[in-house]
Design a protein around this ligand. Structure first.
Ligand code: RFL
Ligand code: PHB
Length: 390
């Protein structure tokens, strides 16, 4: 098999890249270890930045998001029960769309398959080779048979635990990392959320986030120990804690319902530099992880592949390698700003067990400041809706 761009991973990064390349007239093949059913059901992100929603429209895959997604013009920040609103519309004249990542993935897969595009699900033994030549190779097995794809370029869109990053020879990459001493216990339930917008709640018992997937489906998170076993939390305990962390009116405004998903996610910030080696280019979670408090992970993945697709187009259309050579620099300038914002949101809103009473007061001052100063709330809004991708 031969293709222009071989893509490892059918997450948001790999799938978006295949559509961007198709629009520009270039061939690609995606290989994915999981089944189509698995990737279409994997519950993850929920917030689509303003420009990313526009890109889905542009690519002709935004129709269901526009019908079923929920447009939000702001968020609420709870400070020990007192809620204050940050109004994106009046501050930066932009909004975001709340629409599950797995729904985006479904829409992208359907679009790609209807273009006749290649996605090989259920592969095993993925290897990337000859990365420093101009014909890198992907090897994999499917149904017991070995396959090889000769590529002009390989896009490593295989997430944090993929094979592409570890294949890059030792000494090439520098890693930057921070691991946080807390995680999120997340639930999905058949019940309406407490507000039509997201509530990020700082509380003396720990952070709580009240999101949604539909008007009658709540997605909520509780700060917990990163090693916590989700099974140890009964549904009753989860609801009681979610109500407490919402504040005095929690009992009244948080409706309970059947919990149909429960899991714990640890939190880290991670970046590798550079994001390329020879003809292998890393994109999305393969190159960086953000803690979910800023809702940036999926959006960063989409921004990376947008920059990569532009670079590929310049290479084939004008034989210029300038954008490919500048890929790392272009991506990192935006990634580090998203890292900064995700770190800011995370440390402002969570209780760090190592912190003392000084830090609690500092957090409360920060929360008061970002919700009362127009300059500070504009900065939060500008980052939340998404920085430019020009
Ligand atoms: P993905 O989605 O992990 O996809 C990588 C794909 O590669 C496959 N793969 C392989 N395929 C072939 N061969 C191999 N050797 C392979 N190894 C792996 C995997 O099976 C998988 O299908 O990475 P991608 O595309 O870079 O996308 C990144 C996003 O998924 C991630 O950043 C977000 O989900 C993060 N995130 C959020 N992002 C947002 O933008 N907004 C949010 O509101 C948001 N909330 C969240 C989140 C992540 C969370 N968790 C569970 C980590 C909330 C949570 C709780
Ligand atoms: C979600 O709805 O899953 C969600 C929303 C906002 C975040 C993280 C996750 O910051």
């Amino acid at each position: 098999m031969r293709t222009q761009v071989g893509i490892i991973g059918a997450g948001p990064a790999g799938l978006m890249l295949s559509l961007l390349l198709h629009r520009a007239g270039f061939s690609s093949v995606i290989i994915e270890t999981r089944s189509r059913a698995y990737v279409e059901a994997r519950v993850r992100a929920g917030v689509i930045e303003h420009w990313a929603a526009g890109l889905l429209d542009e690519l002709g895959v935004g129709a269901r998001m526009r019908k079923e997604g929920l447009v939000h013009e702001g968020i609420e920040i709870g400070i020990n029960g007192e809620r204050r609103r940050i109004d994106f519309k009046s501050l930066v004249n932009k909004d975001i769309v709340v629409y599950g990542q797995h729904e985006v993935v479904k829409d992208l897969i359907q679009a790609r398959l209807s273009q006749g595009g290649g996605i090989e699900f259920d592969v095993s033994g993925t290897q990337v080779d000859r990365l420093d030549s101009d014909q890198p190779i992907i090897r994999f097995k499917k149904n017991g048979e070995s396959h090889e794809i000769a590529c002009d370029f390989i896009a490593g869109c295989d997430g944090f635990h993929g094979v592409c990053r570890p294949t890059i020879p030792a000494g090439v990459l520098t890693e930057f990392e921070r691991v946080y001493p807390f995680g999120w216990l997340g639930i999905l339930s058949e019940s309406p959320p407490p507000s039509h917008e997201l509530i990020y709640s700082y509380h003396d018992r720990g952070f709580g986030l009240y999101s949604m997937r539909a008007p009658n489906i709540t997605r909520a998170y509780l700060q917990c120990d990163p090693e916590e076993d989700a099974k140890k939390w009964s549904d009753e305990e989860v609801w009681a804690e979610l109500k407490r962390r919402l504040g005095p009116d929690g009992e009244k405004i948080l409706k309970t319902g059947r919990v149909f998903e429960k899991g714990v996610t640890a939190m880290r910030s991670f970046v590798v530099e550079p994001m390329q080696f020879g003809r292998l280019f890393l994109a999305g979670d393969a190159a960086h992880i953000v803690p979910p408090t800023g809702a940036k992970g999926m959006n960063l993945a989409i921004a990376d592949v947008l920059f990569f697709a532009r670079a590929i187009e310049a290479f084939y259309k004008s034989k210029s390698t300038a954008l490919l050579d500048g890929y790392t620099k272009k991506c990192l300038s935006r990634i580090w700003k998203a890292q900064r914002f995700s770190y800011f949101m995370t440390t402002m809103l969570h209780l760090n067990p190592k912190d003392g009473n000084f830090d609690r007061r500092r957090q409360l001052a920060e929360l008061d400041y970002v919700t009362s100063s127009k300059a500070a709330s504009t900065a939060l809004a500008e980052n939340y809706v998404g920085l430019p991708v020009d």
